[in-house]
Design a protein around this ligand. Structure first.
Ligand code: AMP
Length: 341
């Protein structure tokens, strides 16, 4: 029997619960410090304990996963804690396209793919000298928004940059990426593309609660003016959104353009779950600033399905469950090679 395996963090509970509902065996690679948490959940069949997630590359772990006939579900923790080279060298079959994860982690590749998908992107600011309007400075990789800051001038940028250097979060200017700040409604669009059905499914949309930028709106402006610390964009939680129905045509088009571009640029394309992240501006246009080429933690809201999955399925369908459904279907048709890399 196929086993669904993942790292103990991010959306592991949703992924493994979904696998169990679909009748598959479940396996968690778990840091010792979190064993107590995950032991609470009866749907986890096997726990492989490690000191750090990089042990997934070690022979002992590889053999255990192999013995269990595992397929590894990648999520944000894998991207955050391992280099693209390490991820690509994982011997266990990975659900989706492991090669596209490099395109998620590298800003230049990321922008190339988003342009190929014909997304409307916020402007990139080439150098701090070019800061004349509100910009957001972001760290590379899946930093989860920690250490990001806003600036309206080169002077302000330098002050905040020096602060980050002091905190040890960055070393040089090149560790930061500058982008036009877009004001509007942030939305994280969750999709699943099935290479078996060659069809895209819109799974749901969430917003992120980021600390401590979100707390700023509760502080009156005179006190804000006196504040010296940099608010950050550290994701703490997610909550659900539903979109105006008139926006859905464009939502599907965004997902389909992304799948098409990824097929052209990074074979075998964007299979499985992904998320397109951006801001609806005052005219309802979606400006995309990011994508995640794997399941996002925002799907955890919809463990019992979302308003959009209830339109597609007559049963509660989480993203985790949808992954296992695809694995089962591929397995029954002898086409597992279509859904893993
Ligand atoms: P990211 O790492 O690109 O997902 O960004 C983390 C957070 O920064 C997002 O969830 C947004 O709150 C914010 N953000 C990123 N880019 C922009 C942008 N261009 N305009 C406005 N907010 C942004």
């Amino acid at each position: 029997m196929t086993t669904v395996a993942t790292l103990g963090s991010h959306c592991a509970l949703q992924v493994l619960k979904g696998a169990k509902i679909e009748g598959l065996k479940t396996l968690l690679v778990c840091e010792k410090k979190r064993e107590k948490l995950y032991k609470r959940f009866a749907f986890i069949d096997e726990i492989f304990l490690v000191d750090s997630f990089s042990e997934i590359l070690d022979q002992k772990c590889v053999s255990f996963l192999e013995k269990n006939n595992s397929i590894l579900i990648p999520h944000g923790t894998l991207i955050a804690q391992m280099s693209s080279k390490q991820i690509e060298s994982i011997k266990t079959p990975i659900f989706g396209n492991k090669w596209i994860l490099r395109w998620e982690a590298d800003r230049t590749l990321k922008e190339k793919l988003m342009r190929a998908a014909d997304f409307d992107l916020p402007k990139t600011i080439p150098s701090p000298k070019d800061i004349h309007n509100l910009v957001i400075a972001k760290r590379h990789g899946a930093a989860g928004g920690k250490g990001y800051f806003l600036a309206t001038s080169e002077k302000e940028y330098k002050k905040k940059r020096d602060n980050l250097i002091k905190q040890g979060l960055i070393k040089v200017d090149e560790d930061l990426y500058l982008q036009e700040y877009i004001s509007g409604v942030l939305a994280y669009l969750q999709f699943f593309y099935s290479p078996l059905k060659e069809e895209i499914e819109f799974f749901g949309v969430d917003k992120r609660h980021e600390s401590d930028i979100e707390g700023l709106a509760r502080i009156p402006s005179p006190q804000q003016m006196d504040m010296t610390n940099n608010p950050s964009f550290n994701v703490i939680a997610n909550s659900p959104l539903v979109l105006r129905e008139s926006l859905l045509t464009e939502v599907y088009s965004i997902g389909e353009r992304f799948v098409k571009a990824s097929k052209e640029l990074v074979s075998p394309g964007m299979n499985g779950p992904f998320c397109i992240e951006g801001v609806y501006d005052a005219d309802g246009n979606f400006k995309t600033f990011e994508f995640s080429a794997r399941i996002v933690a925002g799907t955890n809201i919809f463990m019992e399905g979302s308003p959009y999955t209830s339109l597609l399925y007559d049963e509660p369908m989480s993203m985790g469950r949808r992954i296992s459904r695809e694995i089962k279907e591929a397995d029954s048709k002898n086409q597992l090679d279509k859904v893993v890399t």
